[in-house]
Design a protein around this ligand. Structure first.
Ligand SMILES: *Cc1c(COP(=O)(O)O)cnc(C)c1O
Length: 234
């Protein structure tokens, strides 16, 4: 099968499963945004993914996002940064992205705010939460967020739209479900007395192995990579 057809088929399959999981949680497919994570593939495959209707793309490494964005800058897409951002890379990243999903400290949020202010823009961000037991993951600690939301609310050039997490590497689907449910509960609790500038509507959670579980736990954004590229050889 030609590569573009394979990708079209993979995208359709993922969209069907998203719709089914959304329906199972009483929502519609439109309530869940698919971000296609392109970190494994090159520009030709990315073009095929965009051709198959995925116009929101995610990269976890800033430098790779910069080069991918340049390689397909003739296409209308929205880039989401989904991995750790060092403060010295903020300025270069900001003009390229529609959203930074992986803001994991107040210092980073402040740096984004400052750079956004200089260029007169308001940058949509999500707050990454370290919800699992994994020691290696970035993110705000859940208790830390209670205290930090007030400070974050003072940053006028970022728009905080919700929370993001990755499930722990161990623990399988049951562990992932527990982590996703914990993020949703945290969101619900924070929302109850959240500063009015902050809207915690979005929950970005779920990847190829667990996006259906995430949607059933309330995900509004899923970040899917490898499932879109099954059977695709470059
Ligand atoms: C790579 C990555 C994904 C996608 O992972 P797949 O398992 O390939 O779907 C999602 N989120 C983040 C933060 C990632 O780094």
């Amino acid at each position: 099968m030609p590569q573009a057809d394979r990708i079209t088929e993979n995208v359709a399959g993922v969209r069907e499963r998203i719709a089914a999981a959304a329906a199972a949680s009483g929502r519609s497919a439109d309530d869940v945004t698919l971000v296609a994570v392109t970190k494994y593939v090159g520009p030709n495959v990315i073009r095929a993914v965009v051709g198959a209707g995925c116009t929101r793309l995610g990269e976890s490494r800033p430098q790779q996002l910069w080069s991918r964005a340049a390689e397909i800058d003739d296409l209308r897409v929205e880039w989401h940064l989904i991995g750790h951002l060092q403060r010295n890379k903020v300025q270069r990243t900001l003009p390229l992205v529609a959203m930074i999903q992986s803001v994991d400290s107040l210092r980073l949020a402040a740096a984004i705010n400052e750079a956004a202010a200089v260029s007169g823009r308001i940058t949509p961000i999500l707050l990454e939460v370290h919800i699992s037991d994994d020691a290696s993951k970035h993110g705000f600690e859940p208790d830390e967020l209670d205290r930090t939301l007030q400070d974050l609310a003072g940053l006028e050039h970022v728009r905080i739209g919700g929370l993001m997490c990755m499930a722990g590497l161990e623990g399988g689907l049951a562990g992932a479900q527990r982590d996703f449910a914990a993020l949703r509960r945290l969101r619900d609790r924070l929302r109850a007395n959240c500063p009015p500038q902050i809207d915690l509507r979005e929950l970005s959670m779920g990847m190829s192995g667990d996006y259906e579980v995430a949607i059933r736990e309330g995900a509004t954004i899923v970040r899917v990579g490898s499932a879109l590229f099954e059977g695709v050889v470059e």
